[in-house]
Design a protein around this ligand. Structure first.
Ligand SMILES: [Fe+2]
Ligand SMILES: [Fe+2]
Length: 140
């Protein structure tokens, strides 16, 4: 069973936002699988670490691109949306530091495993209305 399914999050009216969400969900599910494998079979964490690195790059690009679109089309709730992103990135950064400090990879994998709840809430209540606004502006 996957950690999160694309069907659990609302479909975006802006295609590039939808694609980004689907890719990120895929990466999260890959991390979940690799973390389970590492825990159960004590496999080398290399593949898991590479996936976590990919996730960090992806999440930052994901947020930066939404922020770019919001600014381009003068989205009125830009600051509220950006603050939500920044708070998430701070929590992610904290988990990364805990991992590096303790050398316990579960500090970050446990954090990542808890993110679907935030993602579903953010995508459905913040990204969806943002995408609707952007899609309307893009048509003008
Ligand atoms: Fe998003
Ligand atoms: Fe967002």
């Amino acid at each position: 069973m996957g950690l999160l399914y694309a069907e659990q999050v609302e479909y975006m009216s802006v295609e590039e936002m939808q694609e980004t969400h689907e890719n990120e969900i895929q990466i999260l599910n890959d991390i979940d699988k690799l973390a389970t494998k590492h825990q159960l079979h004590k496999t080398e964490p290399d593949a898991l670490i590479a996936k976590i690195d990919e996730y960090i790059v992806h999440v930052k690009k994901h947020f930066a691109n939404e922020e770019r679109l919001m600014q381009k089309y003068n989205f009125p709730s830009y600051h509220m949306h950006k603050t939500a992103h920044d708070m998430f990135l701070e929590d992610l950064d904290y988990a990364l530091k805990q991992w590096k400090r303790s050398d316990n990879i579960e500090k970050i994998t446990n954090f990542i495993r808890k993110t679907p709840e935030w993602i579903v809430l953010h995508v459905n209540s913040v990204d969806a209305p943002t995408a609707n606004f952007l899609a309307a502006k893009m048509k003008e």
